[in-house]
Design a protein around this ligand. Structure first.
Ligand SMILES: NC(=O)C1=CN([C@@H]2O[C@H](COP(=O)(O)OP(=O)(O)OC[C@H]3O[C@@H](n4cnc5c(N)ncnc54)[C@H](OP(=O)(O)O)[C@@H]3O)[C@@H](O)[C@H]2O)C=CC1
Ligand SMILES: CC(C)(CO)C(=O)C(=O)O
Length: 301
C-alpha cells in the first residue's frame, strides 16, 4: 500500500517507520527531522530498535496515495485537510486524539474517511530519532454511513502486515468516545501533576481525579447516543495506565515543551457537548480551565 503519514512528529514517525518495513511510506513533516530522515534514515528505539528509510518531505501538497494517515495535533487538522485536498488520496484515516478531526477531514476531502484510535506511545527524541514508549493498539472504522467498512478492513490488513496491532470497528464513534474518556482522564491530570501515566494507577487521589473525569465523559457519550458504560471507561483507563505506565502523555509533553495542548479537542469538547446536552461536567470543566489557564500564562499559541 502507498501510505502518506501527514504529521511525522512523535506518533506519525513511529507508525510510519514501522509501516515502512512492509509498505511504501512517505512522511510529511518538518525540518530538521525530514532532512535527517532523508539523509540517514529513521531510527526507532525503545520497545524495539528499528532502522528504516521511508521517503520524507516537508511539502504535503499535490501528493497521491492509497491512504493518508493524519497524525498532526488537532489544531492543525484544518490545514492538513486543505493541503491533502490539493492531491489525490483514496482514503484518509485520523489516528489523532480528541473529537472533531474526522468531520474536518470529511468537509475537505472526497475519499473515504476512517476514524482511528491509537494507544501506541511515542516521543520524537531528536531529528531522525523516535522513541517507542509503549506497544499499544489501533482501531479503525468507517466514519460516515457512506464510508465503507471494506476500506477499513484493507487498512487494518495493511497495518497488521507490518506487525501493528490493529482491529476493525463498526462503531468508530463509540471507540472515539471511549478514547476521549481515557484522554480526558489521563492527559490533563498527568500534564498538571507532571507525572508519567503510571502515577495514575489506583489507589490514589490522582487515580480518583482521572477516573472522575473519565466517568463524566462516559455520561456525555451516553447522552450523545453512544453505548459506553462507566465500568468500561474505568477498565479502559486502568488498562491504558498500566500498559503505558512509563509514557509521558502527549499533553504532558506539550506542557513540558511549552506548546499549545489539545485541551479544546479533549476536555474542552466534553464541556461544550455537555452544555449542548444539558449535562453537568464539573471535573472536565475544572481541568480544561486549569490547562487553558496554563496556556494563557505561558503565552503559547
Ligand atoms: N505521541 C503519542 O504517544 C500519542 C499521540 N497521539 C495523538 O496523535 C496526534 C499527534 O501527536 P504527536 O505525534 O505527539 O504530535 P507531534 O507534535 O509530535 O507531531 C505532529 C507533527 O506534525 C507536524 N505538522 C503539523 N502540521 C504540519 C503540516 N502542515 N505539514 C507538515 N508537518 C506538519 C508538526 O510540526 P509542528 O509542531 O512544527 O507544527 C509535528 O512535527 C495527536 O492528536 C496526539 O494526541 C495519540 C496517541 C499517542
Ligand atoms: C493513550 C495516551 C494517554 C498515552 O499516553 C495518549 O493517547 C496520549 O498520551 O495522548
Amino acid at each position: 500500500m502507498d501510505i502518506l503519514i501527514f504529521g511525522a512528529g512523535s506518533l506519525g514517525s513511529l507508525l510510519g517507520g514501522l509501516l515502512s518495513r512492509t509498505h511504501e511510506v512517505t512522511l510529511v513533516g518538518r525540518e530538521p527531522h525530514v532532512g535527517e530522515v532523508r539523509r540517514d534514515g529513521l531510527r526507532i528505539t525503545g520497545v524495539e530498535t528499528v532502522d528504516v528509510h521511508p521517503a520524507a518531505t516537508t511539502d504535503g501538497t499535490e501528493v497521491s496515495a492509497d491512504l493518508a494517515v493524519v497524525t498532526v495535533k488537532a489544531s492543525d487538522t484544518e490545514e492538513a485537510a486543505r493541503t491533502l485536498a490539493t492531491g489525490d488520496v483514496d482514503a484518509v484515516c485520523s489516528l489523532q486524539n480528541g473529537m472533531g478531526n474526522e468531520d474536518v477531514l470529511a468537509a475537505h476531502l472526497d475519499g473515504t474517511v476512517l476514524a482511528g484510535t491509537a494507544t501506541y506511545g511515542a516521543r520524537l527524541a531528536g531529528p531522525g530519532h523516535v522513541e517507542w514508549l509503549g506497544r499499544g493498539r489501533l482501531t479503525v472504522g468507517p466514519w460516515r454511513p457512506e464510508d465503507d467498512v471494506e476500506t477499513a478492513e484493507r487498512v487494518v490488513a495493511a497495518f497488521r502486515a507490518a506487525d501493528l496491532d490493529a482491529t476493525v470497528t463498526t462503531d468508530a464513534r463509540g471507540r472515539l468516545w471511549e478514547k476521549l474518556a481515557v484522554n480526558a482522564a489521563i492527559n490533563p491530570v498527568t500534564a498538571l501533576a507532571r507525572v508519567e501515566n503510571g502515577a495514575l494507577a489506583p489507589p490514589g487521589e490522582l487515580a480518583d481525579l482521572a477516573t472522575a473525569a473519565g466517568v463524566e465523559t462516559a455520561g456525555v457519550a451516553r447522552a450523545d447516543g453512544a453505548s459506553l458504560s462507566d465500568a468500561t471507561v474505568r477498565e479502559s483507563i486502568a488498562e491504558v495506565v498500566h500498559e503505558t505506565e512509563r509514557n509521558r502523555s502527549s499533553m504532558l509533553q506539550d506542557v513540558t515543551d511549552s506548546r499549545r495542548t489539545e485541551i479544546d479537542a479533549i476536555n474542552g469538547y466534553v464541556v461544550d457537548r455537555a452544555e449542548e446536552l444539558e449535562e453537568s461536567v464539573p471535573v472536565n470543566r475544572t481541568l480544561a480551565t486549569l490547562i487553558r489557564g496554563w496556556e494563557a500564562g505561558a503565552g503559547v499559541e
